[in-house]
Ligand binder design. Structure first.
Ligand SMILES: NC(=O)c1ccc[n+]([C@@H]2O[C@H](COP(=O)([O-])OP(=O)(O)OC[C@H]3O[C@@H](n4cnc5c(N)ncnc54)[C@H](OP(=O)(O)O)[C@@H]3O)[C@@H](O)[C@H]2O)c1
Length: 294
């Protein structure tokens, strides 16, 4: 679900033999692949999803569709609710009716940012509309019980594998390549995770029998300035292209939590997919970007 998105592209690209994948999207496939069947529909129309479930009878659904732009959600709360909450409710109901597992992508920003690092037992405390909709969606998914997983993703770093979507790394590299400086704040702290690891972990959760909350997060606790500097270094650009920027310098920005570092100990203990440092994640991304697409 949300198949043309950034995270979905990693899932689709890494689902190998043994998977029968049905990609669901509002649009046409941005990359041709023999390994999956593409379904174009409007996911906000419940009847279309019901028909799809009747046709496909999925064993598991990986739900990556969302309005994930924090500032856009703040400015358009009704649309944010329709996509992030109502669509999730429709999918949860259908998964319940059809006996399918549901793996739902949530976010580190469900937390208030004042009590990091957060493990899976920590209480959410959303401070913007996007996070509020995600918390509400988590509560809906949790009611499915053993049939569902809520995967809270940290800041996801990567280049689009298939599709396009929301890749800040692609925008950052484009700026570096043009010699344009990139502003990054030292005030926001995250545990960045690479998109390839996220895709693999979501597939593992879809195929497995785990239930409940999982924090899919990297092993490093870094602020955005440090993240940008590591990226510049690994991609061969000058660290002077990264400029420390106060949060207030960006007008019209919704409130961001200060430090939403996640503990990844549960994922490390229970998943075969290794959680990585940012440097290890960037190595995977660089390797992928140098490998010609098959
Ligand atoms: N990227 C991150 O750093 C990050 C961090 C934490 C959590 N997450 C969560 O991880 C999930 C995937 O994120 P992502 O980075 O892959 O986001 P993305 O690239 O923006 O992809 C989200 C997808 O959702 C679908 N979508 C968007 N607007 C929609 C609408 N109005 N109606 C129906 N579907 C719509 C689109 O899929 P189609 O165009 O194929 O329909 C879109 O490609 C989301 O749940 C997000 O909240 C992401």
């Amino acid at each position: 679900m949300g198949a043309n998105g950034f995270v979905a592209g990693s899932v689709l690209a890494q689902a190998g033999e043994g998977w029968q994948i049905h990609a669901v999207s509002r649009g046409v496939a941005s990359a041709r692949r023999d390994q999956f069947c593409w379904h174009a529909c409007d996911p906000l129309v419940p009847a279309q999803l019901t028909q799809l479930f009747q046709t496909v009878k999925p064993a598991a659904v990986i739900h990556t569709a969302a309005l994930a732009d924090i500032d856009f959600c703040q400015a358009h709360p009704e649309l944010a609710r329709a996509v992030n909450v109502d669509l999730t409710r429709t999918l949860a109901n259908l998964c319940g009716d059809f006996g399918a597992r549901l793996v739902f992508c949530s976010t580190d920003t469900v937390f208030d940012g004042e009590h990091a690092p957060y493990d899976e037992a920590a209480q959410p405390g959303p401070i913007n509309t996007y996070a509020e909709t995600k918390v509400e969606a988590e509560q809906i998914v949790a009611r499915l019980g053993a049939q569902s997983v809520i995967a809270r993703l940290s800041l996801v770093v990567g280049l689009p594998v298939l599709g396009t979507g929301n890749s800040f790394l692609a925008r950052m590299i484009a700026s570096f390549a043009d010699g344009r400086p990139v502003g990054a704040t030292e005030r926001e702290v995250r545990t960045p995770v690479d998109v390839l690891t996220v895709g693999r972990a979501l597939l593992e959760l879809a195929a497995g029998d785990q239930a409940g909350l999982f924090h899919l997060a990297g092993c490093d606790r870094l602020n955005r300035f440090e993240i940008a500097q590591q990226i510049a270094a690994r991609f061969g650009y000058s660290p002077y292209l990264v400029v420390a920027q106060p949060v207030a310098a960006v007008p019209g920005r919704a409130a961001r939590p200060r430090d939403v570092s996640l503990h990844n100990a549960k994922a490390v203990a229970q998943l075969k997919t290794p959680m990585r440092t940012l440097d290890e994640g960037l190595s995977l991304i660089l390797k992928m970007s140098q490998t010609p697409a098959s």
